[in-house]
Structures are given as structure tokens and as C-alpha cells.
Design a protein around this ligand. Sequence first.
Ligand SMILES: Cc1ncc(COP(=O)(O)O)c(C=O)c1O
Length: 280
Amino acid sequence: MSKSVTNWIRPEIQQLSAYYVPEPSNAIKLDAMENPYGWDAVLIEEWLKILQTTALNRYPDSSARKLKAILRTVMQIPDRVEMVLGNGSDELIQMLILALNGPRRVLLVPEPSFIMYRHLAQVVGMKYVGVPLQENSFTLDMYAMLEAIETYQPTLVFLAYPNNPTGNLFATEDIEAIIETTPGVVVIDEAYAPFSNRTFMSRLDQYPNLLIMRTVSKLGLAGLRLGLLAGTQDWLTQIERYGNLIILMFLLKLVLLSHFATMQCLKNKFNGLKKIEKYC
Ligand SMILES: Cc1ncc(COP(=O)(O)O)c(C=O)c1O
């Protein structure tokens, strides 16, 4: 057989179009929800100091205890809820798909939604089923969703809440019906929580097949690549086996998140694009 690359790279991978992120320049990139503002000088100075004393010969603390404690405060995550960290939610999505994929297993997603669910399913080789949202309102088509759940018995369902790119929140009772009828796990992706006052975080106790995903990207810190998956210990122990936080970014995450006030400031700046006196 020829040694040509195309003989060896899986056909599904060859068909993928790369996830392209255009150069930011000075634009306010609403499509990627990036913060157009840079970091505070105080923060950068503090990070540089930490870098000077970083033990690059050591592996990082994979349990990331301090970082998790800070995230609990910043994102108001109850003490009883466990979490796994990832290099962005993208990595967590990939970890979930890797952990749950198998013969005849299906990932179900209402569409349009975050493109990486489909993209990463294709990378991993998991069967993906998209169910169109209602055309005019972008609400869930519950008839179609429940029918798809019945037909495909999905192992994994992603619901972006608020949804990207439509920006709406799906109805609570529709989400409840999906969690209750799905045989596998439902992940509510709350990447856009900073733009919403609704969350399913307090419902984790109620549903054993529910996980919640958050990220600091939409708080204005996309370059940090820090996402978290919240849920019960049973689920997270299994998912965590793949974890691989990178030390430099880990330290940076720790420093930045310690500055809760600055985080709030970035959030406010991004939310209203208005001037805030303190720190900014
Ligand atoms: C719904 C949703 N989930 C997750 C992500 C990715 O987040 P991260 O930057 O943490 O990988 C995005 C990014 O646009 C998103 O829109």
C-alpha cells in the first residue's frame, strides 16, 4: 500500500474543515464572544513574577485544588458539587465524547448549536444526530426531540444554555423532559452563563444523568483555555482519567482568577462595553 498520507489519515478527519478563528485586530468579535480588552497591568506583572519561580521540571498538581476553590467562588458552585477542569470547554466536550463513544452510541444535539459538538463527534468517530430547532422561534421542537430520543436512545445530549448561535434559553420544562427521557447523560453547556441569570447548577442533585459545563472564555478570558465540568463524583471520576492541565496556563489561571474583582470588571466591560471606574 502507498505511504501517502491520505491512505492513513481516517477519511472522516480528511473531510473535516479546521475550526478557523480569524485574527482579532480591534474588532468586537461577537461571533466568538471574545473580549476586545486586554489584561490589567497589575495582573500581568503578578503573573510574570510567578513565572520566574515556576518549577518547570515538575508536573502540575493535577487535582488543581486551589484553582477549583477559586472557581467555586467566582462561578458560585455549591460545595457539594464536584468538578473536573479542562483546557477550555472544547477539551471537556472531547473528553466526554471519548469516554462515552462506542458501537451504536449516539450524540444528540438540537441544531443549530455550538459547532464543536458535531466537529468533535466526527473526530472521535461517534454517530451524531442533529434535531432542528423550531424555524421561527429557535425553541426546541419537543415532538422531534422526544421522537429522536425514543429512536436513537442517545448516550449523550448537549444543550447549550443559552444556545449558541441563536442566543435564546430553552424552556425549563423542555429541558427537564429531555433529561428525564434520555437514557444517557445530558450536558447543559452554560458557556454563556455570564449573559444569563438562569442556571441548572442547583438541579444537579435532582438528576443523576445531568452534568453542567462552564468556561471562563465568555467572561472575557478566552486565551486562558479553562473550562469546568460540574456533576456528581460518580460521573466525574470516570471523566477525570483523561485530564491534562498545562502548568504554565494553570499558574496563569490561578493568578487571574484570584483577582475576582478584575474578573467582574472584565465581565462588566464586555457586557455593557461601558466604563467601570475600579481596576479598569
Ligand atoms: C456553547 C459553547 N460552549 C463551549 C464553547 C467553548 O468554550 P471554550 O473556549 O472554553 O473551549 C463555546 C465557544 O464559543 C460555546 O459557544
